[in-house]
Design a protein. Structure first.
Length: 72
């Protein structure tokens, strides 16, 4: 029996009230280290607000997975 399961780390990071300059240094560090970034969005249309904020702060190409949740 093969066990190809790899143990990774999952970080939960709050991006703040919407101003990219208010992202904490620890949050920025965690996002820079991440291979994949999951970002919530309120509808299937357009790009996630969280992703827009992250892309202003984090340099380099990242893999994003946007998860749609009602934001009401």
């Amino acid at each position: 029996m093969r066990n190809d399961n790899k143990i990774g780390k999952l970080y939960g990071v709050g991006i703040g009230p919407g101003d990219p300059t208010l992202l904490t240094l620890k949050a920025k560090d965690a996002l820079e280290k991440a291979d994949i970034i999951f970002a919530p969005k309120g509808s299937d249309e357009g790009i996630s607000v969280a992703r827009r904020i992250i892309e202003q702060v984090i340099e380099g190409k990242k893999t994003y997975i946007e998860l749609t949740f009602p934001m009401t």
